[in-house]
Write a protein that binds this ligand. Structure first.
Ligand code: HH2
Length: 294
């Protein structure tokens, strides 16, 4: 008997849409002096633009550009400084690539400037809590990633505590989707992210990864950011640069569980790992008439 093949989700954004008929790779570009893994490497706009184009050539489906580190213990920076760092990168990339660009920011004024400069999606690790952020996204017809974070980067890793982490994160994301939709953001413009490492102990991160199906049940694309993160270092001692194999395993596991977008530093390696997942899935359903949708 033939299996019914579900229609792929579509993620609409300011300049088009992403059909999630295969897992997508979001390349990380931190234009900061202090990001936990690539801090200081791409502060110079030309180096940042070169790195973004390299990730596109390696198969990145979108590029996520941030000017403020939100690593545990980090302090916020002023909006003007954040925008000063990323402005030339947006302006340069809009002219040189058609790949959608997202702005990784918690500040509505930075998001607004980036959308004006050509960004398509706002990736907000504070989960669209600020009504001005939601209004800006609705007005610009931008896409958005709603990320769950417990507390603030400065203190979020100080004894984070949940009753049921999966239910609480899911409840938060569900509520933020409805608030954004009521404020005029089309549901199809929204993606959700459990915020691995954002106010979570090791067990919380593992539980969330183990239950991604509870998040895909929200009906919107699930974005997962595990790349080089310190919870992997809690499983075995390592520096962020030594976590490639662990990051690939976690990304592949997330995709097998139903995550549609993975946010990564190591684009070329992740593209290959996800290709293996895709090919094995195709072999799992040899008689499906729509193999390309797997
Ligand atoms: N993680 C980080 C930043 N932004 N956005 C989403 N949607 N999901 C994530 O898990 C996520 C994110 C933190 O990682 P990174 O950007 O590599 O480091 P830093 O915050 O130090 O710049």
């Amino acid at each position: 008997m033939l299996r019914a093949v579900a229609e792929p989700l579509v993620w609409r954004h300011r300049t088009g849409e992403i059909v999630l008929d295969r897992p997508r790779v979001m390349g990380i570009l931190n234009v900061t002096p202090d990001s936990f893994s690539d801090g200081g490497r791409y502060l110079e706009p030309d180096a940042a633009i070169r790195r973004a184009l390299e990730m596109v050539a390696q198969g990145a489906d979108l590029i996520d550009i941030g000017g403020e580190s939100t690593r545990p213990g980090s302090d916020p920076i002023p909006a003007d400084e954040e925008w000063r760092r990323i402005r030339p990168v947006f302006e340069g990339l809009v002219r040189t690539t058609g790949v959608p660009l997202s702005v990784d920011t918690r500040k509505p004024e930075v998001a607004a400037r980036a959308l004006e400069a050509g960004a398509s999606i706002v990736n907000d690790v504070s989960g669209l809590r600020d009504p001005e952020m939601v209004r800006g996204i609705a007005g610009a017809r931008a896409g958005a990633v709603i990320v769950h974070m417990l507390g603030e980067p400065k203190t979020m890793q100080v004894a984070p505590s949940y009753g049921d982490v999966v239910a609480e994160v899911r409840g938060f994301l569900a509520a933020r989707i409805e608030t954004a939709v009521l404020a005029g953001v089309p549901r199809e413009a929204l993606a959700v992210d459990p915020g691995i490492g954002f106010g979570k102990a090791l067990d919380h991160n593992l539980e969330l990864l183990a239950h991604i199906g509870d998040l895909t049940a929200l009906g919107r694309p699930v974005v997962i950011g595990v790349s080089r993160k310190s919870f992997l270092g809690a499983l075995f001692p390592s520096t962020s640069g030594e976590r490639l194999s662990a990051s690939l395993a976690a990304a592949a596991f997330a995709v097998i569980q139903g995550a549609q977008v993975v946010r990564v530093h190591d684009v070329a390696e992740t593209v290959r790992a996800l290709q293996v997942v895709k090919d094995v899935r195709v072999a799992q359903a040899p008689r499906s008439p729509a193999r390309e949708n797997l």
